[in-house]
Design a protein around this ligand. Sequence first.
Ligand code: PLP
Length: 417
Amino acid sequence: MNLDEIKASETKLLLPTYERNPIFFVGGENVYLIAEDGQRYLDLLSGIGVNALGYGHPAIVNTIAEQSRKLIHISNLYFHEGQAQLALKLTAASGLDRAFFCNSGTEAWEAALKLARAHAGLKRSEGQHIGTKFLALENSFHGRTMGAVATTHKEKYREPFAPVMPDVEFVRFNDVDCLKDKFSQDVCAVLIEVIQGEGGIRPVSQEFFATARELTESTGALLICDEIQAGLGRTGKWFSYQHYGIQPDVTTLAKPIAGGLPLGVMLCTEEAARAIHPGMHGTTFGGGPLACAVAMSVIHTIEQEHLLKHVTDIGNYFKDRLSELAKKHPAILDVRGLGLMLAIELDSADLAKQAVAEMLKRRILINRTSETVLRFLPPYILQQAHIDETIDALDEIFCDNAPHTAASSPTGAKANG
Ligand SMILES: *Cc1c(COP(=O)(O)O)cnc(C)c1O
């Protein structure tokens, strides 16, 4: 089938959940996706933060080949070696005690929500007063299943499916007083995406995060951090909460962990895990031998290739170059993020939309989130030359779209202020 035929069939046959870009990819190599016409696209989005090692990394390709010959799936009724090995790595990296494996981000988040409710129930049975309410943050995104959408702030994700899970209240982002006002013994967990991804690459403030930690500690409620986008090295540390020196009770991982295969993880403390006994929660596919083996090889590769340090260094370079660009182009209002989770906020949604389209014409993949924000979630193996190419392309686009085009040029000095 060619692109037109695929498009026509999809339009007729698929649930219309996506507006896809009109490119048809057939391969990938390193940080590039390869379209059916042979054109290579520099991928600064990596399948929405998934393809951390890029495309065709030998560690992933070989592990999939070897493990798929041995064993792909057995269910959670029997033992295989993958879950224990991976749990050992992830508990050591996170500072948490126990792991639950599932298949996606939203499922990891559901597990965390269920754990919080079960934990509060256990505490009540032990005579402590602790309620069932969740405090989530404005602009948060936690996934698409019924529990996860209930804790996701944007109404467009929740309202069509109402009534969603009750007992969720939203706290204004980084508003410490609002958090203090809404927190009480009725709360079973405070939910924090440490660096909001879909919400526009917005890091939580140290004070807000520390306050959430103090409040939850004071009642025995859980502090739950969603690291599905920011975790597993994307910010230069295994978990983005480690930049703050704050330890949550529960965290979730998914996107980059298994080299593009679906795998989600919830990690928690021994204390929280007390609430779970066999049969309470589970999954057919979660934590299968293939996904676990690939996750182990992703983690080994991050260690062996010193990618946490590389993400930090190359991320700093990228952010510095974006900041230079922001000084030159007044349309760039802000530069945000850590490591290779970066964004620039523009002064108009139209310009942001146009910039994504113009980048696509130059065969560079980025996306727009939160209307006015251009987001960069490239593979961890990105190199300086890719960043230079990206900055040049953005510079050209902002020059072409500047209000006083005549006074600006791609190579010109500071823009007319
Ligand atoms: C992507 C994402 C999710 C949902 O993950 P899925 O695998 O799409 O279900 C949840 N939380 C955050 C922060 C995410 O970025």
